[in-house]
Design a protein around this ligand. Structure first.
Ligand SMILES: Nc1ncnc2c1ncn2[C@@H]1O[C@H](COP(=O)(O)OP(=O)(O)O)[C@@H](O)[C@H]1O
Ligand SMILES: Cc1ncc(COP(=O)(O)O)c(N)n1
Length: 276
């Protein structure tokens, strides 16, 4: 049996809703063998980030070597990278192992406002990592910062996506959760350097959105690892995160995690309904 493999290079969220934990849960649910290279440990729960403990570049690179020299991977996702040294170290390994299916989720600020990427690291993200990305998945505030322009609505998002593609990312998926110009739907916008594609879903009234960005990018990475196209990967990721947000689980007192089981449980119901 051939198993698709995916590696996530990201931070740990002790609360289990975002970061490495969200990525592994998502890989598992999408039938992909998940592996990790940890960049930082965070003490975090639904109320916020209470401590950040970055690893050394050596520790991050050694983990990537351990995968590269033995198991290998079909796709890589990057999440919280915290500082420019880690970004450069990760980029070096992506090149060394010729990992090309790379999904860069440019994690910058946690939902509660804590800084997960130092300001000094934005330049390295732009100049060193983005040119290696098959896909970059910024939310609107991240896209504003990287592209250096204000975004209000879909037309601005398209212009910013063009700027991000010019910086070297082959595909840009600008997620729409923060685009308040549209109160009824959330449109995730894909730009492949030529065409725009819009992926829409109803906007859910919920505060349980901790880890939505990580989960979405991890689902894309899993699908790319299985050999799907970028458009197919966005389609599945959108369905995965929609189910995870809709089928709420109530945990913690703040911004709770999403439901990583929901997508597969819905698929199982569809299979049962079809008598399979
Ligand atoms: N209120 C919501 N209702 C439905 N989908 C949402 C909502 N908020 C976010 N999403 C989806 O979750 C994913 C992450 O979106 P976003 O909030 O923009 O990014 P991030 O979590 O990185 O801040 C996207 O696929 C988006 O469509
Ligand atoms: C370790 C880690 N990585 C990423 C996020 C971003 O998560 P969110 O989707 O809530 O912005 C986080 N809160 N913690």
């Amino acid at each position: 049996m051939t198993i698709a493999r995916a590696l996530t290079v990201a931070g740990s969220d002790s609360g289990g809703g975002a970061g490495i934990q969200a990525d592994l849960k998502t890989f598992q649910e999408l039938d992909v063998f998940g592996m990790t290279a940890l960049t930082a440990v965070t003490a975090q729960n639904t109320l916020g980030v209470h401590g950040i403990y970055p690893l050394t570049v050596e520790a991050v690179q050694k983990q990537m070597d351990a995968i590269g020299e033995d198991i290998g991977t079909d796709a890589v996702k990057t999440g919280m990278l915290f500082n420019s040294d880690i970004i450069r170290g990760v980029a070096e390994k992506l090149v060394q192992y010729k990992w090309e299916k790379v999904v860069v989720d440019p994690v910058m600020i946690a939902k509660g406002g804590s800084v997960l990427l130092l300001e000094e690291a934005v330049r390295a993200l732009r100049e060193v990592l983005m040119p290696l990305a098959l896909v970059i998945t910024p939310n609107v505030p991240e896209a504003e910062l990287i592209a250096g322009r204000t975004i209000r609505g879909l037309d601005d998002r398209k212009e910013a996506a063009r700027v991000l593609a010019d910086l070297g990312a082959k595909n840009v998926v600008m997620k729409g959760g923060h685009d308040e110009s549209n109160p009824n739907e959330v449109i995730d916008l894909l730009y492949d350097g030529r065409d725009f594609y819009e992926f829409s879903s109803p906007r859910q009234e919920t505060r349980h959105t901790h880890g939505t960005g990580c989960t979405f990018a991890a689902a894309m990475t899993a699908e790319l690892a299985k050999g799907r196209t970028v458009v197919q990967a966005v389609e599945v990721a959108k369905q995965f995160i929609q189910a995870a947000i809709e089928d709420t689980i109530q945990l913690g007192q703040g911004h709770g995690p999403t439901n990583h089981w929901a997508y597969q449980r819905r698929q199982a119901v569809v299979r049962q309904g079809a008598g399979r």
